[in-house]
Design a protein around this ligand. Structure first.
Ligand code: GTP
Ligand code: MG
Length: 176
């Protein structure tokens, strides 16, 4: 059995913790804190990841995925650094209905690219929500200029097991 370390990163509230929870076969380790009032106003939720999420999924007879979710907030980016080093692959989740987070997603991508060159895919979340921006427009905002440089981009609903497993399979096929 081979352990494969997958990191789920992305913008605040994109669905990283939800993704890990949906994927995992074990009780997930979640290190979250209540967000302050000002943060609630901007993110419409009451908890945020401050360290990491951890879950496990046995993908097939040969592969066990160790899945780590990062914090979204930049003040915890020391954890991005710790988690991405040693990753075999990662997923960047981008909240498709939040246009003002796209430049932040671009910064996260640059942060990860500076540290590792491993397979990755981009997962667009909240595409079921009103105000979701079309994929081609998001790609432009992420600074991906041509098809050659474009990683796989898929719509992901972190609440749905099928969707999460599909995304993981697309990624794992790039690792092997
Ligand atoms: N409708 C819808 N809701 C989603 C989707 N993805 C995530 N959510 C919801 O978005 C909220 C935030 O999800 P989290 O998993 O906490 O987000 P996070 O990326 O871990 O957030 P931080 O740790 O604060 O960066 C939860 O209520 C999820 O159920 C999606 O694709 N569609
Ligand atoms: Mg989280």
């Amino acid at each position: 059995m081979k352990n494969i370390r997958i990191v789920i990163t992305g913008t605040v509230g994109a669905g990283k913790s939800t993704f890990v929870r949906t994927a995992s076969e074990i009780d997930v380790v979640e290190i979250e804190r209540k967000v302050s009032n000002s943060e609630i106003e901007s993110s419409f939720k009451d908890k945020t990841t401050v360290a990491f999420d951890f879950g496990k999924l046995v993908l097939d007879a040969n592969k066990i995925l160790h899945i780590y979710g990062t914090p979204g907030q930049t003040r915890f980016d020391f954890m991005w650094d710790i988690l991405i080093k040693g990753a075999d692959a990662y997923i960047l989740l981008v909240k498709a209905n939040q246009a003002d987070s796209f430049s932040y997603a671009k910064d996260i991508l640059a942060f990860m690219n500076d540290r590792v060159q491993v397979p990755m895919v981009i997962g667009l979340t909240h595409t079921d929500c009103s105000g979701a921006i079309p994929t081609e427009e998001i790609v432009k905002h992420l600074g991906i200029l041509n098809a050659k440089d474009c990683p796989a981009i898929l719509k992901v609903n972190p609440r749905l097991k099928n969707s999460v497993v599909t995304a993981l399979n697309v990624l794992i096929n790039k690792v092997i």
